[in-house]
Design a protein around this ligand. Sequence first.
Ligand SMILES: Nc1ncnc2c1ncn2[C@@H]1O[C@H](COP(=O)(O)OP(=O)(O)O)[C@@H](O)[C@H]1O
Ligand SMILES: [Mg+2]
Length: 246
Amino acid sequence: MSTPVPATPPAVAAPAATATSAPARLSARALVKRFGETTALAGVDLDLADGESLAVMGPSGSGKSTLLHCLAGILVPDAGSVMLRGRPVHGLDERERSLLRRTSYGFVFQNGQLLPELPAVENVALPALLLGTSRREATELATRWLASLGLAGMEGRRPGELSGGQAQRVAVARALVTQPDVVFADEPTGALDQANGHEVMRLLTEATRAVGACLVVVTHDEQVAAWCGRRIVVRDGRVVDERRTA
Ligand SMILES: Nc1ncnc2c1ncn2[C@@H]1O[C@H](COP(=O)(O)OP(=O)(O)O)[C@@H](O)[C@H]1O
Ligand SMILES: [Mg+2]
């Protein structure tokens, strides 16, 4: 018996990716952002490989948050490019950027920015609901995420009824519930004491790895940066130093 010839060639497995040849999941080239007379980014190049975690360090006002906002589609750069999985995203309009942020990115900010009137479980379920997940499924997913971050039993608490560390863990769950490509965190431990900051970074890095996302963390704290595989230092809108942590 002869094997029928397939109508289309079988899919050829891609060659095994190596650290040097794999295309970046997220990359920036010659990124420039100005605010009036201030040049916040003066030409930044950056590549983030699949699953990589990056700490963005540097003094206050050096351009760290601006870099994060340009990478994340919150701000539109004045020049240069941002590519997500090879797709240009720097030129998207507001509606497209909003969709990109909801579908592909997760965010953790210094002060959680949870919705104060919603219980924890609804805060976490919300991004999934916005992507069309049913309420029941989103609630189940959110409940599981909260449990895996050590918050079982706290689903019904509103942000004001949680400690700072607990609220940041809710924010971590909310950032990951949609299984994003990249999680962006701007000073995620800035409002926490050392022990809680340590715990939030442990959970953030573990959970990010578990869903296969990349992580970009803006911080001026060496101990926070130490959780990331690589770090860059930004000064006057440029990357002035780069090294691997581990
Ligand atoms: N929305 C804005 N309007 C005007 N200037 C801004 C704005 N955002 C940032 N800047 C300026 O751009 C520079 C970089 O800011 P930022 O990226 O917030 O720094 P960092 O996060 O490193 O503290 C600073 O000089 C800051 O004052
Ligand atoms: Mg900042």
